[in-house]
Design a protein around this ligand. Structure first.
Ligand code: DX5
Ligand code: ZN
Length: 220
């Protein structure tokens, strides 16, 4: 069985105690912590910035994965790198015109660059950034909110992206899936080529978060 990385999103946690929530999720078996950074412009909601990310990074020893749903990611990446985030993922649908350059800058900062694709975005872009990324994040909801319905039509996009990366000699690039991930779709997602499952409400609204994390790791 292939190894799957479980990355709980803390979007639905109490904002007064995000660092504690992240640390508890680590104890519950999380492999990474996924941070949904929203600027109130790229998506309607405003969440938090690099200061909060820093306190979360210092409260856990697992990798922290910053998903920047912001219009101007280039303005924020230095601060998120300094905060201690291991992965920094940006959107080509943002107003950033030089996505390839910003991915390179994320690498220069010592972090792993990721590119996130909204549901309506063509996977073709992956061909042209394959050499510049360590992760492709496939959105299986439209970004902005937790608890939305999973768009299973995106499973085909996961297969296409895996093929593009493999053809480019980048078998090592991780495909992460974000949006409505739960135990009913986790196996299909991994079968399609996902190696990281981001999951928010399914884990954080559960009374047994460790059990919910475990249920995503069991792929039978
Ligand atoms: C959506 C975010 C997701 C979200 C996942 O904009 O990028 O990370 O928090 O939450 P669920 O799993 O509830 O869809
Ligand atoms: Zn996310």
């Amino acid at each position: 069985m292939r190894k799957v990385i479980i990355a709980p999103s803390i979007l639905g946690c109490n904002y007064g105690e995000l660092a504690a929530a992240a640390s508890e999720l680590e104890q519950d078996g999380a492999d990474w912590i996924h941070l949904d950074v929203m600027d109130g412009v790229f998506v309607p909601v405003l969440t938090f910035g690099a200061g909060v990310a820093q306190s979360i990074c210092s409260s856990v020893s697992i990798p922290v994965d910053a998903h920047l749903m912001v219009e101007r990611p280039a303005d924020l990446i230095d601060d998120f790198a300094k905060a201690g985030c291991r992965y920094i993922t940006i959107h080509p649908e943002s107003s950033e015109k030089h996505i390839h350059r910003v991915l390179g800058r994320i690498r220069e900062l010592g972090c792993s660059p990721g590119l996130a694709l909204n549901p309506a975005t063509s996977p073709e872009i992956v061909r042209w950034v394959a050499g510049a990324v360590d992760l492709i994040l496939i959105m299986t909801v439209n970004p902005g909110y937790g608890g939305q319905k999973h768009i299973s039509a995106m499973h085909e996009k996961i297969r296409i992206v895996r093929r593009i990366l493999d053809n480019a000699g980048r078998e090592d690039v991780l495909i992460s899936v974000d949006g409505g991930v739960d135990s009913s779709n986790s196996k299909n997602l991994v079968d399609a080529g996902a190696s990281v499952l981001v999951s928010g409400s399914y884990i954080t609204s559960s009374y047994n978060r460790a059990g919910a994390i475990d249920s995503l790791k069991v792929l039978k």
